[in-house]
Design a protein around this ligand. Structure first.
Ligand code: GZL
Length: 350
């Protein structure tokens, strides 16, 4: 009898221990699954939907910051108005999101609302264009392109073209279609052209704002054609403007192409994501496109993961980009880096 009692007690003890272990394992598993499943809430303020580049950028961001990737994304489109973006950021702050991601329309006017985000302890990641604020601690980090370098690359290509064809720099007559004034992309690409005009001695006829859209590109190109009869290069600050400009040039009965010695008008551009522009490049209607990569979604996702792990990402994260050329003889151009003095070769993709 006593023996049975002892065996029963031991069995009861073993059963109790195994239940305790299983429950702690379950709770650990649950904890692990809970921590693995931690959903990160992100408020993303996109500036608008003005171009194919912007659409590709938005799609990349929404795909990367998806629920299956562990995010609860609150997406707001600013319709090209900074006031709408400021309202969106204030809403994100009220909702106490974990992170704010901002693709700013233009560089200035962000100090106050970014100060409110900082006050609320919400890290801000800037994507694509930059913000010009007094205190760069108002945002955690930025990812995007070096727009001044893009301008350097494209103007280096124009110079290589004139040298290849033996065209006198003074015979290069440029119509400049700018992007949204005050945006980092416009500031950098415009600086690239203005510096090159001084460096090579080109004739810059004028600059008009095409606002990165096809409609405005067409309108301002028509204005240029009414004002000047010697345009032989059109420097467009994105592909949508270039497509509109080509429409206007052809509507005026002129030809687009690299044969400027025989009256063609050479069109160059930025981005390289628009399928029509890529087709124009193949046909030679656009002579060169400086790549501007819109696929920032995975890059922003990686920055958030770094922050979630308690690590500090680089403050400024530049995307590597190249040139697309329709002129096969030009295979590489040499540019010096925007800030540095190092020269480097830009392999041209065909
Ligand atoms: C560049 C981006 C620009 C694109 C345009 O990073 O801000 O805005 O070049 C877009 O196509 O509208």
């Amino acid at each position: 009898m006593r023996k049975n009692a002892i065996i029963a007690t031991i069995l009861l003890l073993l059963a109790t221990i195994s239940v305790a272990c299983r429950s702690s394992a379950v709770s650990e598993t649950e904890q692990e699954s809970t921590s693995e499943k931690k959903i990160v809430t992100v408020g993303f303020s996109q500036l608008g939907a003005e171009s194919d580049w912007r659409s590709a950028n938005t799609e990349s961001m929404l795909t990367a910051l998806s629920q299956e990737n562990g995010f609860n994304l609150i997406y707001k489109n600013g319709q090209q108005k900074q006031a709408n973006q400021v309202t969106a950021l204030r809403m994100f702050i009220q909702q106490e999101v974990d992170y704010i991601v901002l693709a700013p329309e233009t560089e200035t006017g962000w100090d106050f609302v970014l100060g409110e985000a900082k006050e609320a302890g919400i890290p801000v990641i800037i994507v694509d264009r930059r913000v010009a604020v007094d205190d760069s601690n108002l945002y955690t980090c930025w990812v995007g392109s070096d727009f001044a370098l893009e301008g350097k690359k494209l103007t280096a290509w124009i110079n290589a073209f004139t040298e290849l064809k033996g065209i006198d720099p003074g015979e290069v007559h440029i119509a400049h279609i700018q992007g949204t004034l005050g945006s980092t992309a416009q500031i950098g690409r415009t600086r690239g052209l203005n510096d090159a005009v001084k460096k090579y001695g080109w004739d810059l006829l004028g600059a008009k704002n095409g606002d990165f859209t096809e409609v405005r590109g067409r309108e301002v190109m028509a204005e240029f054609l009414r004002e000047y009869n010697n345009i032989n290069v059109v420097y467009c600050e994105n592909d949508n403007e270039a497509i509109g400009a080509i429409d206007a040039i052809e509507a005026a009965g002129k030809r687009v192409g690299p044969d400027i010695a025989n009256g063609e008008i050479m069109v160059v551009s930025f981005d390289g994501i628009n399928t029509d522009a890529q087709q124009y490049l193949k046909e030679g209607k656009i002579s060169c496109i400086a790549e501007c990569n819109p696929l920032h979604g995975p890059r922003v996702q990686a920055l958030i993961k770094t922050l979630e792990a308690g690590e500090t990402p680089e403050k400024y994260n530049y995307v590597q980009e190249t040139l697309f050329s329709s002129v096969p003889e030009i295979k590489v151009v040499t540019v010096d880096e925007s800030e540095g003095t190092k020269e480097y070769q830009v392999e041209i993709k065909r």
